[in-house]
Ligand binder design. Structure first.
Ligand code: ASP
Ligand code: MG
Length: 453
């Protein structure tokens, strides 16, 4: 391994499917070995592990059921361990992680305590990073398993912690940077620690965000997100096989896409990239030779239509009060309640006596529970109507608000569908349509045909 100039540093992140098993990890290891600029590697938990941990953390289960989940986790991790050549030291560390995981899983308070939950959840990434650093060492990469909690400082909002940028930068420069000239740090996505040293997590899918945050803190020039698809597509290829991969995207387009449902990137990933002008690459660790999508500040093209995203499980809420007539402060009251519950509203429309908005509502999520509490509070001072079974379809592009005919082509393509709500004009990069969930596949397919085929 050669020493590098740190002005060309690359951070590489590997998602759950990329570190799901030994063979997948070997592909990733070769990708790292082939790029001497990669000195920081961020991994997700092995595919399936975080879901099992979430089950343990959120569902009331018998001790036997919990033990069964733990066996499933063990099986995934041991399958990797057993392929390692010199596994003794790793086995010992893995055992000790599994022991602390077992203690937490069987803890009486686990489903009631947010900080215990985060400690429990952190074990997925801690195990995968341990195993993956061993895989790298096996092909002679000078890899070291690094505990990201020493650097990734957050507030104490367990389950959805906010990174503390200055503290992260200071710690990364002090603890990581000096070693990077000759070491590859293999570290955990998704987890962090608060001021008291408690373990926190950034929210599901947060490993992409971790990678971008570390890239920012270390002054990296690029951040690679390796997953199981060859980049970002014009739309979800599971909806229409006419979808095709995009060679390039702008930061703004990528941020819109992630926010409005493209599953390849965690929505917050683009924030650090934007701030520090870090190029982000998305590609498949199974097929790195196929290339991928580069997300950059200035693209070669600026098309009116770049992609179509879909976000499922949206609810539409209409709050109505006769008193709204000329009443000041109604909107503020509504949005204060929403903000108090930390919900984010996507679409909003208003009329004289009512305001309608959409909320994300994935089943069994924390959001769903928050929604219920929010609605109860709202109904104390106005009529609340809740409609569900909607999906949000968003066309992402450029200058959409200022070019004639852009919206026409979109509306022509969806003329036969009922559009429950439309959002357009606040932002040059998107036009969003709320449609019946049962129609959203067809809506996306006909938009794709009209705009891209
Ligand atoms: N392991 C975490 C999750 O599944 C974080 C991540 O994969 O990005 O949500
Ligand atoms: Mg992910």
């Amino acid at each position: 391994m050669s020493n590098i100039e740190l002005n060309s540093l690359n951070v590489a992140k590997f998602g759950g499917t990329s570190v799901a098993n030994f063979a997948a990890m070997q592909n990733c290891a070769n990708i790292i070995k082939n790029n001497p600029n990669t000195r920081v590697v961020v991994v997700s938990a092995s595919a399936g592990v975080t879901n099992l941990l979430v089950d343990i953390a959120h569902t009331a289960m018998s001790k036997d059921q919990i033990k069964q989940k733990l066996v499933e986790i063990k099986t995934i991790q041991y399958a990797i361990l057993n392929e390692l050549a010199n596994s003794e030291e790793v086995a010992e560390k893995l055992e000790s992680l599994l022991a602390s995981l077992t203690d937490l899983a069987l803890h009486e308070e686990i489903i009631h305590s947010a900080d215990l939950k985060d400690s429990l959840l952190s074990h997925g990434e801690r195990m995968s990073s341990l195993l993956f650093s061993a895989v790298l060492k096996q092909i002679d990469v000078n890899a070291e398993n690094f505990d990201v909690r020493n650097v990734l400082k957050t507030d104490s909002e367990f389950g959805k912690a906010t990174p503390q940028l200055e503290a992260i930068k200071a710690a990364a420069e002090q603890i990581m940077l000096p070693s990077l000239v000759n070491t590859v740090f293999v570290t955990q996505g998704f987890i962090g620690s608060d001021e008291q040293g408690n373990t926190t997590t950034l929210g599901r899918g947060g490993s992409d965000f971790t990678a971008a945050l570390l890239a920012e803190a270390l002054g990296a020039i690029s951040c690679e997100i390796w997953t199981d698809v060859i980049g970002v597509y014009t739309t979800d290829p599971r909806i229409t096989d006419a979808a095709r991969p995009l060679p390039e995207l702008s930061f703004e387009e990528a941020a819109e896409m992630a926010t409005f449902g493209a599953k390849v990137l965690h929505p917050a990933t683009m924030e650090p990239a934007l701030r520090q002008d870090i190029k982000v690459f998305v590609g498949s660790s199974r097929e790195p030779e196929k290339g991928g999508t580069w997300i950059v500040r200035d693209c070669e093209t600026e098309p009116a239509y770049r992609a179509i995203t879909r976000r499922k499980e949206q609810v539409m809420v209409t709050v109505k009060t006769p008193k709204m007539m000329y009443a000041q402060g109604f909107l503020q009251k509504v949005f204060t309640i929403i903000a108090k519950h930390k919900l984010s509203v996507d679409l909003v429309t208003t009329s004289e006596i009512s305001v309608a908005f959409t909320l994300d509502n994935p089943a069994n999520s924390v959001v769903e529970q928050l929604n219920r509490a929010t609605l109860e509070e709202l109904s104390q001072f106005c009529d609340v109507l809740v409609e569900d079974n909607y999906d949000l379809v968003t066309v992402v592009g450029n200058n959409m608000h200022s070019e004639a005919g852009v919206s026409n082509r979109i509306f022509d393509a969806v003329a036969e569908y009922n559009l429950r709500m439309i959002c357009y004009g606040a932002n040059p990069h998107n036009l969003s349509l709320l449609v019946n969930a049962s129609a959203s596949n067809d809506v996306v397919t006909s938009l794709h045909k009209a705009l891209f085929e």
